[in-house]
Design a protein around this ligand. Sequence first.
Ligand SMILES: Cc1cc2nc3c(=O)[nH]c(=O)nc-3n(C[C@H](O)[C@H](O)[C@H](O)COP(=O)(O)OP(=O)(O)OC[C@H]3O[C@@H](n4cnc5c(N)ncnc54)[C@H](O)[C@@H]3O)c2cc1C
Length: 150
Amino acid sequence: MRKKEREICDPKEMESIIDRACVCRLAMCDECAPYVVPLCFGYEKGALYFHSATEGRKLEILKKNPRVSFEMDIDWEIVRSGDHCNMRYRSVIGFGNASFVEALEDRRHSLDLIMRHYQQEPFVYPQDTLKRTAIIKVEIEEMTGKAYGY
Ligand SMILES: Cc1cc2nc3c(=O)[nH]c(=O)nc-3n(C[C@H](O)[C@H](O)[C@H](O)COP(=O)(O)OP(=O)(O)OC[C@H]3O[C@@H](n4cnc5c(N)ncnc54)[C@H](O)[C@@H]3O)c2cc1C
């Protein structure tokens, strides 16, 4: 990171950004073209979980190329003083590999993690919802954190 004083090195602090983030932006690589989608997510033990329809552009890309990057941010606020105007924030950016969760019980657990993230647990999933939902797991391999203005 170019500005070292802004770097968050404590893994617990990075996890707390993930815990408090509402949306994860998942970036993929479609041949040579980037593709990014905002998604709801859950988190457990160094992995992110996403739910999705079983079709669509992101799934087609992930089947061909599981390498992903992601970004989440919190605490953004415009701070204006004198001739300065800045956005303060806390954020994480990471990299990892995506895979599809197949076993029914693992899929249910992944959905529970997503519901937990949004304080919507407990939740009973209709059987056909479980069947019609793709679950993407991203094992985080590398992550950096940054805080500006805090
Ligand atoms: C706050 C938020 C939370 C979301 N949470 C989830 C979630 O948990 N799970 C989930 O599956 N989806 C979620 N979505 C929707 C998600 O961003 C995608 O639209 C969706 O997953 C379909 O992606 P796809 O690649 O299959 O698109 P497709 O349906 O295949 O559409 C392909 C084309 O549509 C356009 N497109 C796709 N998504 C968007 C978008 N969000 N905005 C503008 N243009 C778009 C792109 O140009 C793309 O080329 C969320 C969106 C927002 C804003």
